[in-house]
Design a protein around this ligand. Structure first.
Ligand code: GLU
Length: 330
């Protein structure tokens, strides 16, 4: 047995030495070829966004010797932490979460722990804090959530803190005043339809599969307006008034065209430790194929090359900056 193991070890060593000689000491050989993009639930917009970026870049996979793959995850907070841990190379992250993580923002998951290696690449579609409620629950405002069973989002999601901020601004304590659930956004429409919750929050671009699913079941649902005072926007500089374009959801019981709420932006991020060549390739391919990219999801209809450089709070990765300078965008 021992001899067998020894023999295998010797064979492996000889093979490695041989491969090493064949390929020579070129520095790129050791570099990673496969890069993973952390996204969100499969019925959100992050997952198709990761897919859109991968699709564009992988056309040139031979030229750049990189291949992007997409992973469904718990969302923004999970993505930041996994990128910082080196488990993922890229991720889609809410702009408010990018700001909080880079700055170690008080009251966030990164309080006192600024994620200084976080790097921005570009921003993508707008996301709205979307409050979906069953019509039979009699909910017409944030206040009406009192005493109700509400999914505020799984730990690891971006929306969890957005829900808490909105509820707190409305004077609602998540421990005492509501029955707060921490379920993944992809599961929320099903449990709303089953009657196990009355409402759920989801910070997402539109149209989103999850909201389509929630509004097309037999239990009638609607999107609830979230109207907040100026002091809310003064306190949280990373939030801005926004709307949910309800026309994407003909099954919703809403009559209004655009439901007022607040929003953030989806951003594409990486780590300073991810190599410049890979980040350059990703940035270049997305921008040089901008029209193709934009056509891949209706939530991108408002995108311009210029506004994809707005809303970043972490420093831009050197590889992305190299492309922006070359293209005269910075
Ligand atoms: N904004 C959500 C989050 O950060 C994800 C939305 C989506 O997957 O489109 O958790």
């Amino acid at each position: 047995m021992r001899k067998g193991i020894l023999l295998v070890a010797v064979m492996v060593a000889v093979t490695l030495a041989f491969v090493g000689c064949q390929r020579g000491p070129a520095p790129d050989v050791a570099k990673k070829k496969f890069y993973t993009i952390g996204t969100g639930g499969v019925t959100g917009v992050y997952y198709p966004t990761g897919g859109a970026i991968a699709k564009i870049v992988n056309v040139k996979k031979k030229e750049y010797d990189i291949r992007l793959t997409v992973e469904s995850t718990g969302g923004s907070v999970f993505n930041v932490n996994a990128i910082m841990a080196g488990d993922l190379e890229f991720g889609v992250v809410q702009s408010d979460r990018q700001f909080q993580a880079y700055n170690g923002y008080e009251g966030s998951e990164w309080a006192g722990k600024p994620q200084k290696d976080l790097r921005a690449i570009f921003t993508v579609h707008p996301e709205s804090i979307t409050l979906v409620a069953a019509v039979d629950a009699g909910i017409n405002s944030l206040q009406d959530l009192k005493g109700k069973r509400v999914n505020i989002g799984n730990p690891g999601s971006g929306q969890r803190q957005n829900s808490i901020d909105a509820l707190t601004a409305a004077g609602i304590d998540i421990e005492k005043d509501i029955k707060a659930e921490g379920i993944k956004a992809s599961e929320a429409p099903g449990i709303l339809q089953d009657g196990r919750i009355d409402a759920f929050f989801y910070t997402v671009g539109h149209p989103a599969g999850a909201i389509k699913e929630a509004t097309s079941g037999t239990r009638k649902v609607k999107v609830i307006p979230i109207e907040l005072p100026n002091s809310f926007y003064e306190k949280f500089s990373y939030y801005a008034p926004s709307v949910v374009p309800i026309q994407f959801y003909p099954g919703a019981a809403n009559k209004e065209v655009a439901v007022p709420t607040f929003g953030v932006k989806a951003t594409f991020v990486t780590s300073s430790k991810v190599d410049e060549k890979a980040v350059y390739a990703v940035t270049k391919e997305v921008f040089e194929n901008f029209d193709t990219f934009k056509a891949l999801h209706p939530a991108y209809s408002v995108l311009t090359k210029e506004n994809m450089l707005e809303g970043m709070s972490a420093p831009i990765h050197d590889g992305a900056m190299k492309y922006y300078k070359e293209a005269g965008m910075k």
